[in-house]
Ligand binder design. Structure first.
Ligand SMILES: CC(=O)N[C@H](C=O)[C@@H](O)[C@H](O)[C@H](O)COP(=O)(O)O
Length: 229
C-alpha cells in the first residue's frame, strides 16, 4: 500500500508543541504523545522539526514532516526551503509538507523546486494552501497532495472553525488527494470534511496540545485563569 492510501479515509494527528515552554518540546515527551495517538487509531502523524520527525518515523505509521521557521523578508514559515525538504525526507518523513500559498519564498526558491527535492529524496509532497488558486498552482508544480492547512492564516482574523467549504472546492477541482486540516475540534467537523471529499483529516491542537486545549476550557469558566509565568 502506498503512503497516501495508508491514510485514506482516516485520521492523521498532528503532534506539535505550539508553545516554546511546552513540555512537549522535548522529543521524549512528544514521542509519548505520538505513541498514544497511534494507540488511539491515528493512521498517520504530522510532526514538526527533524528530531520529532525522526522519532515519529519509528512508530509504524506514515509521517507528514514539516519545519516551522521564520525567514527574513518572507511570511512563509512552514518548511521554507529546499534544504528543509531534503532534511525532512532524510529524517524519515514519507510526506513532506510545505507552504503552498502564493506568497514569495525566501531566496527566490519556487514551489516546484521543493516538490522536486521531495521526490528526489523519495517522499511525497503536500502543499499547505489557503485557497483554490494556490491549490491549483501547487498541483501544476507537482504536489502529490494539497491541504487546507493555511486557510484563515494568510490575512484577516483567524476564524473559529475549519474551512470545510474549501475542502469541498478543492476536492471537486484538484486531481490529487485533499487533506482537511486546520481548526478541526469536533467529530462532527471531521465527518463533514469527509462528506465534502476529504482524503484524510488532520487534527492537531484538540488532541495533542494540552496547553492550548486547556486554555480553551479555562477561558469558558467564570473566573479568569492566571497562567503561571
Ligand atoms: C497554521 C499552522 O501553522 N498550522 C500548523 C501546521 O502544521 C500547526 O500549527 C497546526 O497545529 C496544524 O495545522 C493542525 O491544526 P489544528 O491544531 O488547528 O488542528
Amino acid at each position: 500500500m502506498n503512503v497516501a492510501d495508508a491514510i485514506r479515509g482516516r485520521l492523521v494527528v498532528s503532534c506539535q508543541a505550539q508553545d516554546s515552554d511546552s513540555p512537549f518540546v522535548d522529543t521524549a515527551h512528544m514521542m509519548a504523545m505520538a505513541s498514544a495517538v497511534v494507540l488511539g487509531g491515528a493512521a498517520g502523524l504530522r510532526g514538526q522539526g527533524i528530531a520529532h520527525v525522526r522519532g515519529m518515523a519509528g512508530l509504524g505509521v506514515p509521517v507528514i514532516g514539516l519545519i516551522k521557521r521564520d525567514t527574513p523578508g518572507s511570511d512563509v514559515y512552514i518548511t521554507p526551503t529546499v534544504a528543509d525538504v531534503t532534511a525532512l525526507a532524510q529524517a524519515g518523513a514519507q510526506i513532506v509538507a510545505a507552504d503552498g500559498t502564493a506568497r514569495p519564498r525566501p531566496g527566490g526558491e519556487k514551489l516546484a523546486d521543493l516538490v522536486s527535492a521531495a521526490h528526489a529524496a523519495g517522499a511525497l509532497f503536500m502543499a499547505d494552501v489557503d485557497s483554490l488558486d494556490a491549490a491549483l498552482a501547487a498541483v501544476d508544480a507537482g504536489a502529490d497532495l494539497v491541504g487546507t492547512t493555511l486557510s484563515g492564516y494568510t490575512g484577516g482574523p483567524v476564524p473559529e472553525g475549519p474551512d470545510i467549504a474549501l475542502v469541498g472546492t478543492l476536492a471537486r477541482r484538484c486531481p490529487v488527494p485533499v487533506i482537511a486540516e486546520g481548526r478541526y475540534r469536533t467529530r462532527a467537523q471531521v465527518s463533514a470534511a469527509f462528506v465534502e471529499g476529504a482524503w484524510a483529516v488532520v487534527v492537531g491542537t484538540a488532541i495533542s496540545d494540552p496547553v492550548n486545549a486547556t486554555r480553551w476550557f479555562a477561558q469558558a469558566c467564570p473566573h479568569p485563569t492566571v497562567e503561571p509565568s
